[in-house]
Write a protein that binds this ligand. Structure first.
Ligand SMILES: Nc1ncnc2c1ncn2[C@@H]1O[C@H](COP(=O)(O)OP(=O)(O)OP(=O)(O)O)[C@@H](O)[C@H]1O
Ligand SMILES: [Mg+2]
Length: 233
Protein backbone atom coordinates (compact mmCIF):
# COMPACT_ATOMS: atom_id res chain seq x y z
CA UNK A 1 0.00 0.00 0.00
CA UNK A 2 1.18 3.51 -0.68
CA UNK A 3 0.20 6.24 1.70
CA UNK A 4 -1.08 9.73 1.16
CA UNK A 5 1.83 12.09 1.75
CA UNK A 6 1.81 15.79 2.53
CA UNK A 7 4.87 18.03 2.72
CA UNK A 8 4.61 20.81 5.29
CA UNK A 9 6.50 23.94 4.39
CA UNK A 10 6.40 27.38 5.97
CA UNK A 11 6.97 31.05 5.33
CA UNK A 12 10.11 30.82 7.49
CA UNK A 13 11.74 28.88 10.25
CA UNK A 14 9.88 29.01 13.57
CA UNK A 15 6.44 29.68 12.09
CA UNK A 16 4.68 26.56 13.39
CA UNK A 17 5.45 23.78 10.91
CA UNK A 18 6.01 21.29 13.73
CA UNK A 19 2.84 22.40 15.50
CA UNK A 20 0.79 22.05 12.30
CA UNK A 21 2.45 18.74 11.37
CA UNK A 22 1.68 17.30 14.81
CA UNK A 23 -1.87 18.71 14.72
CA UNK A 24 -2.46 17.11 11.30
CA UNK A 25 -1.15 13.79 12.61
CA UNK A 26 -3.57 13.96 15.56
CA UNK A 27 -6.41 15.01 13.24
CA UNK A 28 -5.91 12.16 10.76
CA UNK A 29 -5.39 9.69 13.61
CA UNK A 30 -8.72 10.92 15.00
CA UNK A 31 -10.33 10.11 11.66
CA UNK A 32 -9.08 6.55 11.97
CA UNK A 33 -5.97 6.66 9.78
CA UNK A 34 -2.62 5.09 10.57
CA UNK A 35 -0.31 8.10 10.56
CA UNK A 36 3.37 8.81 10.84
CA UNK A 37 5.42 11.99 10.84
CA UNK A 38 8.77 12.44 9.10
CA UNK A 39 11.47 15.09 9.42
CA UNK A 40 13.93 14.32 6.63
CA UNK A 41 16.53 16.86 7.76
CA UNK A 42 16.69 18.14 11.34
CA UNK A 43 19.34 20.67 12.34
CA UNK A 44 19.86 21.06 16.08
CA UNK A 45 20.15 18.11 18.43
CA UNK A 46 20.51 17.48 22.16
CA UNK A 47 21.91 14.47 23.95
CA UNK A 48 19.32 12.72 26.08
CA UNK A 49 20.64 9.74 28.06
CA UNK A 50 23.64 9.71 25.75
CA UNK A 51 21.54 9.62 22.57
CA UNK A 52 21.35 12.55 20.14
CA UNK A 53 17.82 13.62 19.30
CA UNK A 54 15.89 16.55 17.85
CA UNK A 55 12.84 18.22 19.34
CA UNK A 56 10.83 18.25 16.08
CA UNK A 57 11.44 14.55 15.59
CA UNK A 58 10.31 13.84 19.14
CA UNK A 59 7.19 15.96 18.62
CA UNK A 60 6.29 14.16 15.36
CA UNK A 61 6.95 10.76 16.89
CA UNK A 62 4.69 11.59 19.84
CA UNK A 63 1.84 12.53 17.48
CA UNK A 64 2.19 9.43 15.26
CA UNK A 65 0.16 6.29 15.90
CA UNK A 66 2.43 3.95 13.94
CA UNK A 67 5.55 3.02 15.89
CA UNK A 68 8.72 3.03 13.81
CA UNK A 69 11.74 1.28 15.31
CA UNK A 70 14.17 2.48 12.68
CA UNK A 71 15.00 6.15 13.52
CA UNK A 72 16.58 6.63 10.08
CA UNK A 73 13.20 6.29 8.40
CA UNK A 74 11.62 9.12 10.38
CA UNK A 75 14.73 11.27 10.37
CA UNK A 76 17.36 10.24 7.82
CA UNK A 77 19.58 13.24 8.62
CA UNK A 78 20.08 14.35 12.21
CA UNK A 79 22.48 17.28 12.28
CA UNK A 80 23.81 18.51 15.58
CA UNK A 81 24.20 22.24 15.04
CA UNK A 82 21.09 24.50 14.89
CA UNK A 83 22.18 26.30 11.71
CA UNK A 84 21.16 26.07 8.03
CA UNK A 85 21.15 22.37 7.05
CA UNK A 86 23.84 22.55 4.35
CA UNK A 87 26.17 24.29 6.79
CA UNK A 88 25.38 21.90 9.67
CA UNK A 89 25.92 18.97 7.29
CA UNK A 90 29.20 20.39 6.07
CA UNK A 91 30.46 20.92 9.64
CA UNK A 92 29.55 17.30 10.42
CA UNK A 93 31.11 15.89 7.23
CA UNK A 94 27.71 14.66 6.04
CA UNK A 95 26.34 14.85 2.51
CA UNK A 96 22.54 15.10 2.25
CA UNK A 97 21.36 12.77 -0.52
CA UNK A 98 17.78 13.01 -1.79
CA UNK A 99 17.47 9.32 -2.83
CA UNK A 100 18.23 8.26 0.75
CA UNK A 101 15.37 10.47 1.97
CA UNK A 102 13.08 9.03 -0.68
CA UNK A 103 13.91 5.47 0.40
CA UNK A 104 13.08 6.36 4.00
CA UNK A 105 9.81 7.99 2.90
CA UNK A 106 8.83 4.90 0.91
CA UNK A 107 9.40 2.71 3.98
CA UNK A 108 7.03 4.92 5.96
CA UNK A 109 4.52 5.05 3.12
CA UNK A 110 4.43 1.25 3.13
CA UNK A 111 3.39 1.02 6.79
CA UNK A 112 1.15 4.08 7.27
CA UNK A 113 -1.85 5.53 5.46
CA UNK A 114 -0.90 9.18 5.92
CA UNK A 115 2.69 10.45 6.06
CA UNK A 116 3.24 14.05 7.14
CA UNK A 117 6.67 15.30 6.10
CA UNK A 118 7.98 18.42 7.83
CA UNK A 119 10.46 20.49 5.86
CA UNK A 120 13.43 22.31 7.39
CA UNK A 121 13.05 26.10 7.45
CA UNK A 122 11.33 27.54 4.38
CA UNK A 123 10.74 26.18 0.86
CA UNK A 124 14.11 27.15 -0.67
CA UNK A 125 16.42 26.30 2.20
CA UNK A 126 19.68 24.84 0.84
CA UNK A 127 20.41 21.24 1.75
CA UNK A 128 23.76 20.87 0.02
CA UNK A 129 25.98 22.74 -2.44
CA UNK A 130 23.60 21.90 -5.28
CA UNK A 131 20.25 20.91 -3.75
CA UNK A 132 17.58 22.65 -1.72
CA UNK A 133 14.33 21.83 0.01
CA UNK A 134 12.34 22.52 -3.18
CA UNK A 135 14.39 19.81 -4.94
CA UNK A 136 13.52 17.47 -2.09
CA UNK A 137 9.78 18.06 -2.56
CA UNK A 138 10.19 17.47 -6.31
CA UNK A 139 12.07 14.24 -5.55
CA UNK A 140 9.32 13.06 -3.22
CA UNK A 141 6.59 14.29 -5.57
CA UNK A 142 4.33 15.41 -2.74
CA UNK A 143 1.66 18.13 -2.54
CA UNK A 144 2.42 20.89 -0.05
CA UNK A 145 0.75 22.63 2.83
CA UNK A 146 2.02 26.14 3.55
CA UNK A 147 2.11 27.29 7.16
CA UNK A 148 1.92 31.06 7.26
CA UNK A 149 3.31 32.47 10.50
CA UNK A 150 1.03 35.48 10.87
CA UNK A 151 3.34 38.43 11.46
CA UNK A 152 4.42 41.54 9.58
CA UNK A 153 6.14 40.44 6.37
CA UNK A 154 4.21 37.19 6.02
CA UNK A 155 2.27 38.29 2.93
CA UNK A 156 5.43 38.66 0.89
CA UNK A 157 6.89 35.40 2.22
CA UNK A 158 3.65 33.50 1.60
CA UNK A 159 3.15 34.81 -1.94
CA UNK A 160 6.78 34.24 -2.94
CA UNK A 161 6.58 30.69 -1.61
CA UNK A 162 3.34 30.00 -3.49
CA UNK A 163 4.94 31.34 -6.67
CA UNK A 164 8.04 29.16 -6.23
CA UNK A 165 5.86 26.09 -5.66
CA UNK A 166 3.78 26.79 -8.78
CA UNK A 167 6.92 27.47 -10.86
CA UNK A 168 8.02 23.88 -10.21
CA UNK A 169 4.68 22.41 -11.18
CA UNK A 170 4.11 21.32 -7.60
CA UNK A 171 0.71 21.45 -5.94
CA UNK A 172 -0.03 23.80 -3.07
CA UNK A 173 -2.92 21.85 -1.58
CA UNK A 174 -3.76 24.17 1.28
CA UNK A 175 -2.49 26.73 3.76
CA UNK A 176 -2.74 27.26 7.49
CA UNK A 177 -2.79 30.64 9.22
CA UNK A 178 -0.83 30.37 12.46
CA UNK A 179 -1.17 33.33 14.84
CA UNK A 180 2.40 33.41 16.18
CA UNK A 181 2.25 37.13 16.91
CA UNK A 182 -0.64 37.90 19.26
CA UNK A 183 -0.19 41.61 18.63
CA UNK A 184 -0.15 41.56 14.85
CA UNK A 185 -1.95 44.63 13.48
CA UNK A 186 -4.65 44.32 10.81
CA UNK A 187 -4.91 40.55 11.24
CA UNK A 188 -8.30 40.33 9.50
CA UNK A 189 -7.08 42.35 6.54
CA UNK A 190 -3.96 40.19 6.26
CA UNK A 191 -6.02 37.00 6.38
CA UNK A 192 -8.39 38.37 3.74
CA UNK A 193 -5.43 39.23 1.50
CA UNK A 194 -4.05 35.70 1.78
CA UNK A 195 -7.47 34.14 1.15
CA UNK A 196 -7.77 36.22 -1.99
CA UNK A 197 -4.27 35.68 -3.34
CA UNK A 198 -3.42 32.08 -2.40
CA UNK A 199 -5.03 29.79 -4.92
CA UNK A 200 -5.81 26.94 -2.50
CA UNK A 201 -8.09 26.37 0.49
CA UNK A 202 -7.28 27.72 3.93
CA UNK A 203 -7.34 24.60 6.12
CA UNK A 204 -7.40 26.24 9.53
CA UNK A 205 -6.63 29.36 11.53
CA UNK A 206 -4.68 28.51 14.66
CA UNK A 207 -4.91 31.00 17.54
CA UNK A 208 -1.98 32.26 19.57
CA UNK A 209 -1.56 30.06 22.65
CA UNK A 210 0.85 30.47 25.58
CA UNK A 211 1.53 26.75 25.42
CA UNK A 212 0.34 25.53 22.03
CA UNK A 213 -1.02 22.00 22.18
CA UNK A 214 -1.04 20.08 18.90
CA UNK A 215 -3.82 17.72 19.97
CA UNK A 216 -6.10 20.62 20.96
CA UNK A 217 -5.24 22.50 17.73
CA UNK A 218 -6.13 19.40 15.67
CA UNK A 219 -9.81 20.05 16.46
CA UNK A 220 -9.61 23.24 14.38
CA UNK A 221 -9.17 21.25 11.15
CA UNK A 222 -12.45 20.28 9.51
CA UNK A 223 -12.68 16.53 8.85
CA UNK A 224 -14.30 17.26 5.50
CA UNK A 225 -11.36 19.39 4.34
CA UNK A 226 -8.88 16.81 5.63
CA UNK A 227 -10.58 14.00 3.72
CA UNK A 228 -10.70 16.15 0.60
CA UNK A 229 -7.02 16.96 0.96
CA UNK A 230 -5.90 13.35 0.84
CA UNK A 231 -8.55 12.18 -1.62
CA UNK A 232 -6.83 14.28 -4.28
CA UNK A 233 -3.28 13.02 -3.55
N1 LIG B 1 -0.09 29.38 17.54
C1 LIG B 1 0.96 29.55 18.30
N2 LIG B 1 0.88 30.23 19.46
C2 LIG B 1 1.96 30.42 20.26
N3 LIG B 1 3.16 29.92 19.99
C3 LIG B 1 3.32 29.22 18.86
C4 LIG B 1 2.23 28.99 17.97
N4 LIG B 1 2.70 28.26 16.93
C5 LIG B 1 3.99 28.01 17.18
N5 LIG B 1 4.37 28.59 18.33
C6 LIG B 1 5.69 28.53 18.97
O1 LIG B 1 6.65 29.02 18.05
C7 LIG B 1 7.82 28.22 18.11
C8 LIG B 1 8.09 27.66 16.71
O2 LIG B 1 7.05 26.73 16.39
P1 LIG B 1 7.39 25.41 15.60
O3 LIG B 1 8.54 24.71 16.28
O4 LIG B 1 6.17 24.64 15.37
O5 LIG B 1 7.94 26.08 14.23
P2 LIG B 1 8.66 25.40 13.00
O6 LIG B 1 8.23 26.13 11.80
O7 LIG B 1 8.42 23.95 13.05
O8 LIG B 1 10.21 25.69 13.29
P3 LIG B 1 11.50 24.97 12.62
O9 LIG B 1 11.79 25.74 11.38
O10 LIG B 1 12.54 25.14 13.68
O11 LIG B 1 11.15 23.54 12.36
C9 LIG B 1 7.60 27.14 19.16
O12 LIG B 1 8.13 27.56 20.37
C10 LIG B 1 6.09 27.07 19.23
O13 LIG B 1 5.64 26.62 20.49
MG1 LIG C 1 9.80 22.39 13.24
Amino acid sequence: MTAHGLFITGTDTGVGKSLVSAALLHAYAGLGYRVVGMKPVAAGAEQIDGIWSNEDVRQLRAASNVAIDEPGWINPYLLRQPVAPHIAADWQGVSIELPRIRDAYLHLAAVAEVVIVEGAGGFKVPLSATRDSADLVMHLGLPLILVVGMRLGCLNHALLTAEAIAARGLKLAGWVANRIDPRMAAIDENLATLRLRLDCPMLAELPYAERPDARAMSALFSPKKLELLISST
